[in-house]
Design a protein around this ligand. Structure first.
Ligand code: 1GP
Length: 248
């Protein structure tokens, strides 16, 4: 079976991919709803699911959501971690991510030391990823006490991304925060893309085909949408955003 990294990287070599983010908190997402979204998003052309949220994630709800979307769609489920106490073997792998601009060591490396023995024991594939929070940053910035990179502070974003690559990270994620009123700017995406050699993931506040297209054209290798997918039930609209993200 193809590993998660191979699956994602092979697809990103061919073009921008789309990732669907689902929050496994059962108060926000029932198992039935997770299955329904999984089928719809596969049909819309999404490439994989990320499961995670800033609050309310447990090993149980994470495992249940991952199992539901994998079974319903046949696509990979990636753990997008926030809580070192939650881990499951129901995923195809996890983004082993350090929030480079957090000011809380828990999110930079201390939480990682707590969870790593369990990840090793369960044999979960890990992809090292740098996570850089850009204004407005939303809940994730608040929870992780991030010193957000300014929306227009391209030099700071490039600095973090270069540092990520020098630290050996295999992915860089620029995050404007779930539900952000403005996504990461095309200018920032394109400057960071030029500076690094590893794939670039963009998320936060993308909910229109135009925004997805701007991120893709600026150089995003993967585009994440979460809130929009949870709120939109029109399959044509879902497809239009996924297609704009992928350029198909
Ligand atoms: C959050 O980047 C993701 O981690 C997705 O953001 O919910 O705004 O799509 P949205």
């Amino acid at each position: 079976m193809t590993g998660l990294k191979e699956y994602l990287f092979e697809r990103m070599k061919k073009g921008t991919i789309h990732l669907t983010l689902l929050d496994p908190d059962p108060e926000k997402l029932s198992e039935e709803k997770a299955k329904e979204i999984a089928v719809k998003m596969k049909e819309a052309g999404s490439d994989a699911f990320m499961i995670g949220g800033s609050t309310g994630v447990t090993s149980e709800n994470l495992g249940a959501a991952a199992k539901a979307v994998r079974t319903a769609s046949g696509l990979p489920a990636i753990y997008f971690p926030s809580n070192p106490r939650a881990v499951t073997s129901e995923v195809d792998g996890m983004f082993f991510m350090s929030i480079l601009n957090s000011t809380d060591p828990l999110y930079i490396s201390h939480g990682h030391a707590m969870v790593a023995p369990y990840v090793a024991k369960l044999g979960i594939e890990t992809i090292p990823m740098a996570y850089i929070i850009i204004e407005p940053g939303m809940t994730v910035a608040r929870v992780t006490k991030a010193k957000c990179v300014g929306h227009d502070d391209i030099d700071a974003a490039v600095g973090y991304a270069l540092a990520a690559e020098m630290l050996g990270m295999q992915l860089v994620y620029l995050e404007a925060g779930s539900g952000a009123d403005r996504p990461v700017s095309p200018e920032m995406i394109s400057a960071v893309k030029k500076a690094i050699h590893v794939p670039l993931i963009i998320g936060g506040g993308i909910r229109t085909p135009e925004a997805a297209e701007r991120a893709r054209k600026a150089g995003a290798d993967a585009i994440v949408t979460g809130t929009f997918v949870e709120q939109c039930s029109d399959e044509n609209v879902l497809r239009s955003v996924v297609h704009a993200a992928k350029g198909i």
